[in-house]
Structure formats: structure tokens, C-alpha cells
Design a protein around this ligand. Structure first.
Ligand code: KIV
Length: 297
């Protein structure tokens, strides 16, 4: 089996599981609209997450908490149009699955039917396990997420690494195993010490996707705006910036503004021609009364 689907095909859950068995690292990134979904697809990304990080990266909030289902559905619909081959996962925002199994399924169904995502992601274990079972029971593939779960960052004592004592590391392993048993096809491990994440990865049959959890996971995910250098603010230590796109965009915008103000842009290469006789005929009409404005004598 090839590591990528055929030209038209979408990466399936079976192929994703196969990547773990073969030891081929899984590449996941967030995307939030058509162009970034398209770029991720062309770059050969395996899994695209329409993350609730959109609340911060795209919508300008200070945390992920304000993201709504309506906002994520709108972003996911656009992303799905661009990301044809990657598996597209819609992130269930805060409040969309916490209240009841029924609400979790209703919102999961909306994500799949209205936005066209292939799967959803939910944060946490404990009470989330029942939601996972309900979603999977409704036929919706679910990705779990343990460790630093931003939707409950306040409860976790802030944005800090998780599982740094033997007891807490064991709890994380148990949570990940419970998510797998509840039916998750994959589990995100966020901000967990690398040796702990490696042990969790070895214990699970389903693939783990790490973020700030070392190279022993079955795959890696980064927030697009972090890796592209497009997000202001301080990035967590696990972020690697692969480019500084904000600088590139700012320089281009400043050049554009400068050229418009200096009358350098647009020049004749950016405009359309009209035959001279047509222009002359048009100009001759300028002294005539306007059509429709009947002159009063
Ligand atoms: O919302 C998000 O971008 C995420 C990733 C950090 C895993 O949940």
C-alpha cells in the first residue's frame, strides 16, 4: 500500500491506522479556510484539523473558548472545499458537547452534514468518554485530545505541561486508553513529557498525534499560524516557526501602500486598453446631455 491515497482518494481511517503500523509519521496541521486547506492538501498533509484555535488565530479572541459551532462550521465548509485528500477533522468547540450526549451528537451531525468534515475532535476524558461513545454510536469518527486541553486550561492551572508526576502521567495513560476503548480512532497528546507520550503511544493501538509531546508519537500537529509565523503573541516552546510570513505580508502591504501613494501602481500593464477611435467617440459624448436627463426648456 502506498503511503498516500491515489490521485482522487481521501486518506481513510484504515489508511491512517496503517501508517501507525508501518511507522510512517502522520502529519497534521490546522487550516481554517479554502486557501489554507488547499495548500495543506498540495503539501501532502495527511490530516487537516479545523481547530477551535481559529478563535485566536482567525477571529482575534484571547482564548479558544468563544469559538461557536456556527463559526467553526463556516470555516470548516471552506476548508473542506480546499482539502480534498487529507482527512478533515472538525474541532468541537467549548459548549458544543459538554452539556449532554444529545447535544454532542446534534453538533457532531451538523459538522458532518453541513460542513462535510470526515471526523470530529473532542477534548478531555472523564465525562467526555460518554460523548465519544454517543458520537461513535451515531456513526461519527472521533479524535480524542488529552494532556493540555485548552478548553479546560483554567481547571488545569493554566497553559502548562501535563503529566509531570508519576501519578499524573499514569492518569493520562488511563485517559488515553479509555478514549481508545470508547471508540476514538486517534488521540492528540498535547504538552506531555516526551517519554510519557512515547509510553502512551506504545500502549495504544490507535495513532497518537503529538503537539509539544516529543517525537515518539505516531504523528505531529502544529497550529498553522504558529508554524507560518503569522500569529503575534508569544508562541509556546513546542512551536517551530518554519517561516516568518507576517514579515513577508507586512513588507508586501507596505510596498503596495507606498506605490499607490506615489502613483507607481497601477501602470499600463495592470490596465485594459480601448481602441483610440472608441475612446474618441466616447469622449465626444461627454459634452452631450446625460441619457435620461431630459432638459427643461
Ligand atoms: O484547536 C487546535 O488547533 C487544536 C490543536 C492544537 C490540536 O486543538
Amino acid at each position: 500500500m502506498s503511503s498516500r491515497p491515489d490521485e482522487a482518494g481521501k486518506l481513510s481511517l484504515t489508511e491512517l491506522a496503517e501508517l501507525k503500523r508501518r511507522g510512517r509519521p502522520i502529519v497534521m496541521v490546522t487550516a481554517y479556510d479554502y486557501p489554507t486547506g488547499r495548500l495543506a492538501d498540495v503539501a501532502g498533509i495527511d490530516v487537516v484539523l479545523v481547530g477551535d484555535s481559529a478563535a485566536m488565530t482567525v477571529l482575534g479572541h484571547d482564548s479558544t473558548l468563544p469559538a461557536t459551532m456556527d463559526e467553526l462550521i463556516m470555516l470548516a465548509r471552506a476548508t473542506v472545499r480546499g482539502a480534498r485528500r487529507p482527512l478533515v477533522v472538525g474541532d468541537m468547540p467549548f459548549g458544543s458537547f459538554q452539556v449532554s450526549d444529545e447535544e454532542a451528537v446534534r453538533n457532531g451531525v451538523r459538522f458532518v452534514k453541513t460542513a462535510g468534515v470526515d471526523a470530529v475532535k473532542v477534548e478531555g476524558a472523564g465525562p467526555t468518554l460518554g460523548r465519544v461513545r454517543a458520537l461513535v454510536g451515531a456513526g461519527i469518527p472521533v479524535m480524542g485530545h488529552v494532556g493540555l486541553t485548552p478548553q479546560s486550561a483554567t481547571m488545569l492551572g493554566g497553559f502548562r505541561a501535563q503529566g509531570r508526576t508519576a501519578e499524573r502521567a499514569r492518569n493520562l495513560l488511563d485517559d488515553a486508553l479509555a478514549l481508545e476503548a470508547a471508540g476514538c480512532f486517534s488521540v492528540v497528546l498535547e504538552a506531555i513529557p516526551a517519554p510519557v507520550a512515547t509510553r502512551i503511544t506504545e500502549a495504544l493501538d490507535v495513532p497518537t498525534i503529538g503537539i509539544g509531546s516529543g517525537g515518539g508519537c505516531d504523528g505531529q500537529v502544529l497550529v498553522l499560524h504558529d508554524l507560518l509565523g503569522l500569529y503575534e503573541g508569544r508562541a509556546p516552546r513546542f512551536v517551530k516557526r518554519y517561516t516568518e510570513l507576517a514579515d513577508t505580508i507586512q513588507a508586501a502591504l507596505s510596498r503596495y501602500a507606498g506605490e499607490v501613494r506615489a502613483g507607481v501602481f497601477p501602470d499600463e500593464t495592470h490596465t485594459y486598453a480601448i481602441p483610440e477611435e472608441e475612446l474618441a467617440a466616447f469622449e465626444a459624448t461627454l459634452s452631450l446631455p446625460r441619457a435620461g436627463s431630459a432638459r427643461q426648456a
